[in-house]
Every structure is written in structure tokens, then in C-alpha cells.
Design a protein around this ligand. Structure first.
Ligand SMILES: *Cc1c(COP(=O)(O)O)cnc(C)c1O
Length: 419
């Protein structure tokens, strides 16, 4: 009998820790941070030994990991996206296409760059539908931001082909997929720029932080100018000669960089363990009647901390999620899960209502913008249907064979009773 109906739950032991990144903290992180304190240097652009800085080392690591020529460390994933957009020359009058399922920061970054986000459907990969992307292109479209949601590589081949044919820039949002790959090559190095986040919820953390990688010297130079309003005064050699213009302060501190380095050194091992865990569980539920696994464009490249399957409708998904929770396996549907999930476009109030920090000259109402983007809560019905039918479990690198078996047994038990 199902635990929900008074039967014995499959699992009574506590489930996995909430974070992947901070769960790994040990002497390595402590030593890296203490080393920075001992050096008495927390500012990366301090004149002596610019190239010796922790931030410069972190940039070097991400150049190597992604096979790109340039990297810029910044203080968040959001500022990485803004820097990449401004770096790519995107601004007032431009439209940038984003998926309806991504953290709100993807759309916010477009607005902070003074451009207009255009929201499109996802498909059963839970990432941007390439056909919806192509259908949304207008004469004002300059770029697309495909997002590798929950560690799942998006359909890069299709998106890159469309972007190339239509003359658009591709900025990958890799915030949730650090360590992921597509056809054997790291995510982030495929588009014109790739943007990482090192916030605590991500695969590795620097306690807030981000990174822009690119092969384009102009994007790198302009992003560098935007990330520091005084960049030309620090004696930093730009990758390309560009005119200066006003920027922010998005610099990464040496403390963040040192933590990011210690954490990133574990990335491949952590992702390797996650992949084993996910393969084991998928192997145990693949053939189940009544549930359909999320389509993953390149399962070998999947970061693999998320397991998603679909039920035929949202009512059955909610019932499945409920019963599975009662069996001792925390999980949830994605849409209508009892809170306003900031990863779903229907909850992006200031975007849907076209609200800026001031009432006049917002990206939508400024004189440069000639388009006419419209938003509504029902504009992406397929996205809402998929997210409402999706049952989602988080996985963790600490999961043992027994943990995997519990997950499999519980999913099989609920499927047998409900399917
Ligand atoms: C977390 C996240 C961001 C923003 O990163 P921050 O470091 O929190 O600013 C952007 N896009 C996606 C998809 C994210 O998950």
C-alpha cells in the first residue's frame, strides 16, 4: 500500500543535502581563503603582479575549461549576462530572445542592458524550443540567450544553425550547467559568449560570482569596460582597442576568486558522481509505464543533478508528486507547486507589466525601440503544460547505491499504483 494511504514508506532516513556546492567545503576552501587573507590583497587590480591575482587564475581556468580565448570574472551571473550583452553591443532598440523557463535574471539582464526580452516556448527538453526561437525573430532581434536549465544542455546545434543563418548572436546562459558539455565540448564555449554563475545554488560557488567567456576580443574588451567604470586606470591591457564608456562595478574580489578556484577544482569529480547517480536511477525507471522521461539533448553532457519525468496531465503529476513525497522522496511538480516560482515567466511581474525603475523611457517605451513585443500570462501554453506535468527530483553527489535504490523503488511503487 502507498505510504500516502497508510502503507509503509520506502524511505524514512533523511534525504539529500540541499546544496551541491557548499556541501563540498573542507580544508581546501579554508586554506584558499586564508591564503588570500595572509597575502593582504583582496582587490584583483592592485598594481603589483596583476597576472598573479586569484581572479586572473580563475579566468585562466575557465578559458581552459571552455576552450575560449578570453574570460572575465565578475561578481554574479546576472552581471555576467549584462556584461556580455553590453559587450556584444546590444542596447536600446534591440530585442533578445529568451525562454519562458529560466531564472528571472536572464530577462532582467536584457532589460538592464536597455534591450527588450522576447519570451518563447520551451519543449520537452525543458530548454528553448528552436522552432519557437526562429518564429519569434523580428527585424529588431539581435541575439538569443539559450539557457541550459537544470544542467540539461539545450539544443545547441539547432539554435546555432538558426542564429547563424539569421545573423544573430548567441549568448549561452550556463548559470545552472557549469561542468556540462555538448558533443564532448564544455557548455559556455559554443556561443558568441557564455555566462556562468557561482552563486550558492549553482554547481560550484564563490559565494556570489560569475564569469563571461568568449572568443571575440571586442566582446571581451567591451564587457571589461562595462564591468569596471575605471578599467583603463588600472593598467589592464584590453583584448581589443575599444572606446571607453561608463560602466558599473561588477569586479570579483580575490576572496571570491580563491573560493571559486578551490570549488572549480572539484567540478569534474562532482559532476562525474552526479552522472553515475543519474544513470543508475534512469536505468531503474526507464521502462516504466505511465511516465515519460525528460528528453535530454546530450545525456553524456548532462550535469545530472536533476531528474525529471512527465505524467500525462497536471492532475496526475500532482498526485504522483504527493505520493512520492509520502514515500520519503522529496520532489515537486514545477508549475503550480504552491509558490510563485521565479523561474517561470508567468511570475516575472515587472517584465509582463513592462515596468522599469522609472516610468519614462523604459526599454519598451524609449524612442529607439520600433518593435511591439506583447506579453501575457498565457503566451506560452506549452511551457506551462510541460512544467505542470513534470515531476522533478534533485540529485546529489553524496547519493549512495542505497539512496538510488530507494528513489527507484519509490518511483516504481507510485507508478504501479497510479499509472
Ligand atoms: C542563477 C541564475 C542566473 C543569475 O545568477 P546570479 O549569480 O544569481 O546573479 C542567471 N541565469 C540562470 C539560469 C540562473 O539560474
Amino acid at each position: 500500500m502507498l505510504a500516502k494511504h497508510g502503507g509503509t514508506p520506502v524511505r524514512t532516513k533523511p534525504w539529500i543535502p540541499p546544496f551541491i556546492s557548499t556541501e563540498e567545503f573542507d580544508g581546501t576552501e579554508k586554506e584558499a581563503l586564508l591564503n588570500v587573507l595572509n597575502k593582504k590583497r583582496v582587490f584583483r587590480f592592485y598594481g603589483q603582479g596583476l597576472g598573479e591575482s586569484e581572479a586572473a587564475r580563475l579566468e585562466q581556468l575557465y578559458r581552459e575549461r571552455t576552450g575560449t580565448r578570453y574570460a572575465l570574472a565578475v561578481n554574479s551571473g546576472t552581471s555576467a549576462l549584462v556584461s556580455a550583452l553590453v559587450g556584444a553591443g546590444i542596447g536600446p532598440g534591440d530585442e533578445v530572445i529568451v525562454p519562458g523557463y529560466t531564472y528571472i535574471a536572464t530577462a532582467a539582464a536584457v532589460l538592464i542592458a536597455r534591450a527588450v526580452p522576447v519570451i518563447v516556448e520551451i519543449d520537452d527538453t525543458l530548454t528553448m524550443d528552436p522552432k519557437a526561437f526562429e518564429a519569434a525573430i523580428t527585424p529588431y532581434t539581435k541575439a538569443v540567450i539559450p539557457v541550459h536549465m537544470r544542467g540539461t544542455p539545450c539544443q545547441l546545434e539547432e539554435i546555432l544553425e538558426i542564429a547563424k543563418r539569421r545573423g544573430l548572436l548567441v549568448i549561452e546562459d550556463v548559470a545552472q550547467a557549469n561542468g556540462g558539455a555538448y558533443r564532448g565540448r564544455a557548455l559556455g564555449g559554443w556561443g558568441d559568449a557564455g555566462c556562468f554563475s557561482f552563486q550558492q545554488y549553482k554547481v560550484v560557488t564563490s559565494g556570489e560570482g560569475g564569469m563571461v567567456v568568449t572568443n571575440n576580443p571586442r566582446i571581451h574588451a567591451r564587457a571589461s569596460v562595462y564591468h569596471d567604470c575605471a578599467i583603463s586606470f588600472w593598467g589592464v591591457a584590453p583584448a581589443d582597442r575599444v572606446d571607453s564608456f561608463p560602466g558599473e562595478n561588477y569586479r570579483m574580489s580575490e576572496l571570491q576568486a580563491a573560493l571559486g578556484l578551490a570549488q572549480s577544482g572539484r567540478l569534474d569529480a562532482v559532476v562525474g558522481r552526479l552522472r553515475e547517480v543519474k544513470r543508475t536511477i534512469v536505468g531503474g525507471i526507464r521502462s516504466l509505464e505511465g511516465i515519460t522521461l525528460q528528453r535530454v539533448p546530450d545525456s553524456d553532457g548532462d550535469v545530472s543533478y536533476s531528474l525529471v519525468f512527465y505524467l500525462p496531465d497536471s492532475r496526475r503529476a500532482a498526485a504522483f508528486a504527493d505520493c512520492l513525497r509520502a514515500e520519503g522522496i522529496p520532489n515537486g511538480t514545477i508549475h503550480n507547486n504552491g509558490f510563485a516560482d521565479r523561474h517561470i515567466y508567468v511570475n516575472w511581474d515587472y517584465v509582463l507589466e513592462k515596468r522599469g525603475a522609472t516610468p519614462h523611457d523604459t526599454p519598451w517605451s524609449c524612442a529607439s525601440y520600433k518593435g511591439n513585443v506583447q506579453y501575457s500570462r498565457d503566451m506560452c501554453p506549452r511551457t506551462l503544460d510541460l512544467l505542470g506535468r513534470a515531476v522533478s527530483l534533485s540529485l546529489h553527489q553524496s547519493m549512495t547505491g542505497e539512496d538510488c535504490r530507494d528513489a527507484i523503488d519509490a518511483i516504481r511503487k507510485v507508478a504501479k499504483h497510479l499509472a
